[in-house]
Design a protein around this ligand. Structure first.
Ligand code: SF4
Length: 448
């Protein structure tokens, strides 16, 4: 088991120089113990302490970085079996597969289509990370050329899929700058694939027939000095794959099994005959516990629900989802458009903005930071009181955008109107409906 924060603290320099990004060695020690910091962030750890700490502070499932640039991501690094125990840290990477014999124009079209699949939610850009390039016919030159094209002409990271070490070497030379995942070392080629991944400093997937064989292969590769592994238990049947995922996570976290302390990769594309079924399997595996999922294609109607499921599962349950404080324009408002104010709890934002949009009355929506609390809770906690909301209205700049001085507050916060009037003496405070579904009628009546 890992060391506690205090045990780690005793091995640190205790100078509180803050170069690691936190103000004290103690805070850094606590972050290390929680798996939230890397030991390399402290430049002053002695070699002796480093040796002790590197082993003890390593997260039970190693975080592995894949890709470079805009869609680079980390997989693994998880510390709990169940999200509600703490949180899950590194969202499952999503890949779609192409074969190396696809012609250049078709590949261009695919990449363009996939690149366009980006969705804006709660201030985040939700999108997939990877293209899995499968060696279709052992033609190393074609495999390397396709890898180069994907790496150079798209933002996507790559999974290079071939059993041939020669083809893999050619593809690595073509796209190593994009930090691809090499798939895969097997019992037959582990030594050569391992050496190639080690020379290139790239992450390597390990594929075995079952979990026992996986342990043996993983031990062999870590014995060769490889650190960044991704595990494929070989299962392509739903029940077995599910059991393997749970067993691998449990072995790494509960039994401290270092051989299985790596993220996993799974292939819904090899387990179903259509994309809808793949999507169902993928949704199960996002929750339990795939590090990377490979689908046969990305289509908006399949990808979007997976991205949302992933967002929800990998959101810290102890921190409410929020939207950024500010002025939101809904439907091209002008200086005469109504102004509404509410809190930055994302659900509140989505419901209120959706109803305003549905009303077809262009409006300004002021979102105030209440640390993600809803209107009632924020009001009860003093974070949505009249003076606080009044000050926010003054400083947010809405007065420069409208020619009137009327603001609509949520019906549930009607009691703050008096305080708001004191804070905003030249504004008229209007009480909106309690139920968001009545906002369209309210706005339309107001317009009349
Ligand atoms: S960089 Fe090292 S010595 Fe400095 S505060 Fe952080 S842990 Fe302490």
């Amino acid at each position: 088991m890992g060391l506690t924060g205090i045990q780690i603290f005793k091995l640190l320099p205790k100078t509180n120089c803050a170069e690691c990004g936190v103000p004290t060695c103690l805070a850094f020690a606590m972050n290390l113990a929680a798996g939230k910091a890397e030991l390399d962030s402290c430049p002053y750890v002695s070699d002796e302490a480093r040796e002790q700490l590197a082993e003890a502070s390593a997260p039970p499932i190693r975080p592995v970085s894949i890709g470079a640039g805009a869609r680079a991501f980390k997989t693994g690094g998880e510390t709990v079996m169940f999200r509600h125990e703490k949180t899950f840290y590194n969202p499952t990477g999503l890949a779609a597969m192409v074969a190396s014999d696809m012609d250049g124009a078709a590949l261009d079209t695919k990449l363009k289509e996939w690149n366009a699949l980006q969705f804006e939610r709660v201030g985040l850009n939700l999108r997939p990370e990877l293209v899995a390039l499968k060696d279709a016919n052992g033609n190393g030159a074609a495999f390397a050329a396709a890898a180069k094209k994907i790496a150079a002409e798209s933002e996507f990271g790559l999974i290079l899929m071939t059993d041939s070490v020669e083809a893999m070497r050619a593809a690595v030379e073509a796209c190593a700058f994009k930090r691809p995942l090499l798939y895969a070392a097997t019992a037959d080629n582990a030594e050569d694939m391992g050496n190639l991944a080690k020379e290139a400093g790239l992450p390597l997937a390990v594929k075995a027939e079952n979990a026992d064989a996986l342990i043996a292969l993983s031990d062999k590769l870590t014995g060769m000095g490889l650190k960044d592994l991704v595990l494929d238990s070989g299962a392509r049947e739903i029940k077995q794959l599910f059991q393997d995922q749970v067993a691998i996570r449990r072995a790494a976290l509960k039994a401290g099994n270092k051989s299985l302390g790596f993220p996993t990769i799974a292939f819904p594309c090899e387990m179903a005959g259509n994309l809808d079924m793949e999507t169902l399997i993928a949704s199960m595996l996002i929750a339990k516990y795939a590090g990377i999922l490979v689908l046969s294609d990305f289509k908006g109607e399949n990808l979007f629900p997976l991205l949302l499921a992933r967002l929800n599962i990998y959101t810290d349950p102890q921190r409410p989802m929020t939207v950024t404080e500010g002025i939101y324009e809904i439907g091209a408002p002008d200086e005469n458009s109504p102004v509404l104010v509410t809190t930055n709890f994302s659900l509140t934002y989505f419901i209120v903005s959706g109803e305003i949009e549905g009303s077809r009355v262009p409006s300004w929506l002021l979102i105030m930071d209440t640390e993600g609390l809803s209107v009632m809770t924020a009001w009860a906690a003093g974070k949505f009181s009249g003076d606080v909301v009044g000050m926010f209205v003054k400083k947010c700049g809405i007065a420069d955008k409208v020619a009137h001085k009327k603001i609509i507050i949520p019906g549930y916060a009607a009691s703050i109107s008096g305080e708001m009037e004191e804070e905003l003496p030249d504004w008229e405070i209007l009480i909106g409906p309690r139920d968001a579904s009545l906002i369209p009628k309210y706005l339309k009546d107001m317009k009349k």
